[in-house]
Design a protein around this ligand. Structure first.
Ligand SMILES: C[S@@+](CC[C@H](N)C(=O)[O-])C[C@H]1O[C@@H](n2cnc3c(N)ncnc32)[C@H](O)[C@@H]1O
Length: 479
């Protein structure tokens, strides 16, 4: 008895899985493993879950050492030169969980294939199927088909598995988070808040490179579209450095707007631009449209009212080595930017345009402030009313890319009608793109349309008003 106790204390809690030498063992070499098997968990899918562990006391540390479990699995050992042959014969019987192929710690020339205990019983060669049994026979491996003591530890489980074992039943394990450089940003539900610190710790452990985990504590409702957050785990460092489509962006995540879910939209809009185009980015943030547009060879005038966004936008222009002058940064209210900067720039370019040597530059106005951008469209009517007739004809009418939200079933129709109401003009031919679902029954949309001359030059006619009332089907393209 004393002997068994010594054996168990020496081998049961080893960190490295052990596979004993079975060279002289009887055909069913699991026999002498029985004492271990008696203590090991039944190896089914369920058995691979971590043990149910108690949560640390409030303010206490997560005890990772409690996550230990030993399983006894059917397995076959073979010379590593046979790996591909073995996998061909036995892959269908392999353990469904990775890594099912391991090195044999007691013999560097050997590999161990862990088998699925739900279809294979150790020692029963027939349970390996014809191909498996044939493989053992052909390579005289019957004596190497037995059991493997697999020890699982904290590092072997995913964050979801660890949290499932820690959180009480009925509390959903958070599955997703936004990642911004070294920061994970969570939006926990009320019932998860009690466990917020342990959730933060586990996510940090399981996601290499994460150094800070924060939870959103308030809705985005301030002017500058960032939200309050609290630190759950790691360093209190919210200066993030992240990459989007090969460009680098640095900013204080607690003071500016950044949403990694907009990455596709940033690329889509930039994809609509051509080298030499002019881009007026009214709500530029820290530059995710402006920087790639300038890299593409566009002239960019980028604006944001948040002084922090303006500061980091300037930083990102340098960080991405944008040629001097390709992006001009402004810190103005969007309406003022349109009425002053955009207006003057359109006129200046028209005056300078040398029709003989240059094609006219195409111009774009990007308006990504979905909750309010539509209201800012009221800056366009009459914007160029008093421009001299000679210059007027030389101005290229900008294409506006206006982001907005819609809760209507026919979001494209809703967006179009609301824009037409602000402009008092039809936006015939608008391309209305569905950007993403923001919440159940709430879509982020983007309407791209050429600003009607009648609107900017201020000579709206009855015809244009009538055009607004024409049936929807003819009026816009929807993506
Ligand atoms: C939804 S964010 C978009 C930022 C950036 N375009 C992006 O895609 O990440 C909207 C931006 O508009 C800025 N903003 C809010 N009100 C503004 C205003 N009245 N004038 C100019 N910018 C404003 C905010 O500071 C914020 O950076």
């Amino acid at each position: 008895m004393a002997c068994w106790l010594m054996f168990l204390s020496q081998h049961f809690f080893k960190v490295t899985p052990i596979l004993r030498s079975y060279a002289s063992a009887p055909a069913r070499w699991s026999k002498w493993c029985v004492p271990v098997a008696a203590m090991a968990t039944k190896a089914t899918e369920d058995a691979f879950r971590p043990p149910v562990c108690t949560l640390p006391e409030a303010g206490g540390m997560l005890n990772r050492d409690l996550f230990v479990k030993t399983l006894l699995l059917p397995a076959v050992r073979f010379n590593k030169k046979l790996t591909s042959v073995c996998l061909r014969a036995l892959k269908s019987k392999a353990l469904t969980r990775k890594p099912f192929l391991r090195n044999n710690p007691s013999n560097p020339d050997e590999k161990v294939l862990l088998l699925n205990p739900e279809v294979v019983s150790s020692g029963d060669v027939l349970s390996l199927g014809e191909a498996g049994a044939g493989f053992l026979k052909e390579h005289s491996l019957e004596g190497k088909f037995g059991e493997y003591q697999l020890e699982l530890r904290y590092s072997d489980w995913t964050s979801e598995e660890v949290l499932r074992s820690l959180l009480p039943k009925g509390v959903e394990v958070p599955t997703g988070f936004s990642r911004i450089g070294h920061i994970a940003h969570l939006n926990l539900r009320p019932e998860q808040l009690k466990y917020k610190h342990v959730i933060g710790e586990v996510l940090m452990d399981k996601n290499p490179g994460l150094k800070t985990v924060v939870n959103k504590t308030g809705e985005i409702n301030n002017e500058f579209r960032f939200f309050s957050m609290e630190l759950l785990a790691g360093e209190n460092n919210l200066i993030a450095m992240t990459k989007e489509h090969g460009n680098s962006f640095e900013f204080d995540f607690s003071k500016v707007y950044w949403n990694p879910r907009l990455s596709t939209e940033h690329a889509r809009i930039v994809g609509l631009l051509n080298r030499g185009d002019v881009v007026y980015d009214v709500f530029a943030g820290v530059g995710p449209f402006a920087v790639p547009a300038a890299k593409k060879g566009c002239d960019v005038l980028a604006n944001d009212l948040n002084p922090e966004s303006f500061k980091w936008l300037q930083r990102n222009i340098k960080l991405n080595k944008i040629e001097m002058g390709l992006i001009k940064a402004y810190n103005l209210d969007g309406r003022e930017f349109i009425k002053e900067v955009v207006r003057k720039d359109l006129i200046k370019r028209a005056e300078e345009w040398n029709t003989e040597s240059n094609p006219r530059q195409r111009t774009h106005v990007v308006m990504n402030l979905p909750s309010l951008a539509m209201e800012f469209l009221d800056a366009f009517p009459d914007l160029l009313r008093n421009v001299a007739p000679g210059v007027r004809g030389r101005i290229g009418l900008p294409t506006v890319h206006c982001h907005c939200f819609s809760k209507e079933a026919d979001a494209a129709r809703d967006v179009r009608h609301r824009i037409e109401a602000v402009l008092s003009h039809s936006i015939e031919g608008a391309l209305i793109h569905d950007v993403r679902d923001v919440a159940p029954n709430k879509e982020m949309m983007c309407a791209s349309f050429e600003l009607p001359g009648a609107v900017v030059f201020g000579d709206s006619t009855e015809d244009s008003q009538a055009a607004i009332n024409e049936p929807q089907a003819k009026k816009s393209r929807t993506e």
